[in-house]
Design a protein around this ligand. Structure first.
Ligand code: HEM
Length: 520
């Protein structure tokens, strides 16, 4: 109180001392300081010869994102085009200059070859990563802590270790079919259904529990899952981190984070009490913690297993479990609903897909397994083509050890961000001719051979790529199989055609995915 009173007294006494002109001068100086601190980083790399798009005060180049005047997908496609034929350049992410890389070879170098220089994801700026509500397990772990964690957790995400994953996922997929059969006039909301499905899959794979989200047409897990993301938090954290830190603004909505943490902690407590290791992701994590992985499912040998156990604390287990809701709900639902959208509006693709599915159905009926799924080649192509057009727009790395851009004298300093514009690459006609066209043949075995590494990145690339990819693929393919085995999907009068992306979400349609399901 004493210090505060002193400062107050000082200010009050200035009123008598300073003339109005001096006050104006003081205000001017303060404004100049604010302006300087907001703009001091702009132009630094341009002086070294790098191209950049002229930044706007405070927003840098992100105004259309922060103000939601463009969808995120459109924004990153447009930014990519603005860099023309250049391999890289500077994108001003708020007040922070960030290296945007377009060139696939350089992308590979950053994500794979020179990974040592770019170990950290940069979705949460370093300063904010350790705010209590931002500490969410793997995604925001940095440096050596991330390396140890990723090694510890990887066996729990391996399809080889999650026994009978196909059977576990088949149950919620069949629940979706029942729910679709009950929809009046066959009008189905695929965004809602795939969201409920993603939650029920997490329940089965991770906890061996039936959350009954599909059967009950939603529950509080869905409500909290939907509330996780608020785009303004995302942009504020990434683009204006100083303000986010000042006001203690977390990346995700605090109520949802607390809800899921409490839920996962309770489940873990129950399991610890029963001292059992059921066959699910949680069981695997507990085995890693207790060094009880069986030799046949043990990817971690000897010393590595002891180190993994050290990092697999109960806190880390509940945070990783929450990661499933955070990373495995919205991503799966947004992309999977778009798969159904693309197929519904393309009868030729659907005809081809149905032939393959009917062939499989004649052999296995409703009981498809993880191994059977591997034989659905065209379905795989359809999924990949959908993920080309509806992928999350970008990924980011933080430079963890200064790095010289090959062939130049420009050095990227530690802590600088690097941005990979996934949506720009996915719609670049050099790599995907006639990019707006939905054409699953782009992913035929022959075409895939000609695809340039670093141009198709729906799950990222390198040691920091998506750890849940195999699980997500299995969830997607089993639901696609069951839906098209039972229904033909068609557009209805509520279907959004042509595509219009939401401006307040990452990769969802403005108006959702409403379709007509015709029983087969
Ligand atoms: C269709 C669904 C999904 C998509 C499109 C997707 C996409 C991505 C992408 C693009 C990244 C960044 C990779 C990079 O920068 O190289 C990522 C990271 C990650 N994803 Fe996924 N993901 C999906 C599903 C899942 C699921 C089901 C989980 C399960 C929990 C998951 C967990 C994670 C985690 C933990 C990371 C951070 C990995 C690390 O920091 O080491 N994702 N994902």
């Amino acid at each position: 109180m004493g210090v505060f009173n002193g400062i107050l007294d000082g200010i009050v006494s200035c009123f008598g001392v300073l003339t109005p002109l001096q006050w104006l001068g003081l205000l001017g100086l303060v404004m100049l300081y604010i302006y300087w601190s907001l703009t001091k980083n702009y132009g630094v790399f341009e002086k070294q010869g790098l191209f950049s798009i002229t930044p706007k005060l405070l927003f840098g180049n992100t105004k259309d994102l922060v103000m939601e005047t463009k969808s995120m997908i459109q924004f990153y496609r447009d930014i990519y085009k603005q860099f023309g034929d250049r391999k890289y350049g500077i994108f001003n992410d708020g007040t922070a200059p960030t290296l945007l890389i377009k060139d696939p070879d350089l992308i590979k170098q950053v994500l794979v070859t020179d990974f040592d220089h770019f170990v950290d994801l940069n979705f949460i700026p370093k300063d904010l990563a350790h705010l209590p509500l931002n500490e969410l397990g793997l995604t925001n772990a940095v440096g050596d802590e991330w390396r140890s964690l990723r090694t510890s957790i990887t066996p729990a995400f391996s399809l080889k270790n999650i026994k009978n994953i196909g059977t576990k996922i088949n149950a919620p997929a069949l629940d979706v079919i029942d729910a679709m059969k009950k929809c009046p006039k066959g009008l189905v909301d695929m965004e809602k259904l795939t969201g409920h499905y993603a939650i029920d899959c997490i329940g089965r794979i991770v906890f061996s529990m039936d959350f009954q989200t599909i059967k009950s047409d939603g529950n509080e897990i869905v409500t909290n899952g939907n509330n996780f993301f608020e785009t303004w938090r995302f942009f504020m954290t990434m683009s204006i981190p100083k303000l986010a830190k000042l006001f203690n603004i977390s990346l995700f909505k605090p109520q949802s984070v607390r809800y899921f943490l409490a839920m996962t902690e309770n489940i873990l407590k129950g399991r610890n009490g029963s001292k059992t290791y059921p066959n699910d992701v949680l069981g695997l994590m507990m085995k890693i913690r207790d060094q009880k992985l069986a030799p046949e499912d043990d990817d971690l040998k000897g010393q590595k297993q002891a180190l993994a156990a050290k990092f697999m604390t109960d806190t880390m287990i509940s945070r990783t479990l929450m990661q499933f809701f955070l990373d495995g709900y919205d991503t799966v639902s947004a992309l999977l609903s778009m798969v159904f959208y693309f197929v519904a509006i393309d009868p030729e693709v659907q005809d081809r897909l149905l032939i393959e599915i009917d062939d499989m159905a004649s052999k296995v009926g409703a009981n498809i397994t993880g191994d059977d799924v591997k034989d659905l080649k065209y379905l795989d192509q359809v999924f990949h083509e959908s993920s080309r057009l509806a992928a999350f727009s970008f990924t980011v790395r933080r430079c963890t050890k200064s790095w010289k851009i090959p062939g130049t004298d420009v050095v990227i300093p530690e802590d600088m961000g690097v941005l990979i514009p996934i949506q720009g690459l996915h719609t670049d006609p050099q790599y995907f001719p006639d990019p707006e066209k939905f054409d699953p043949d782009r992913f035929s075995p022959e075409y895939k051979l000609t695809m340039k590494t670093g141009t198709f990145l729906p799950f990222g690339m390198g040691p920091r790529a998506c750890i849940g990819m195999q699980i997500a693929l299995m969830e997607a393919k089993i639901l696609m199989y069951q839906v098209f085995r039972n229904f033909r999907l068609e557009p209805c009068d509520q279907t959004v055609i042509p595509i219009k992306w939401r401006k307040d979400h990452f990769n969802r349609l403005d108006g959702g995915v409403k379709l007509k399901a015709v029983p087969r």
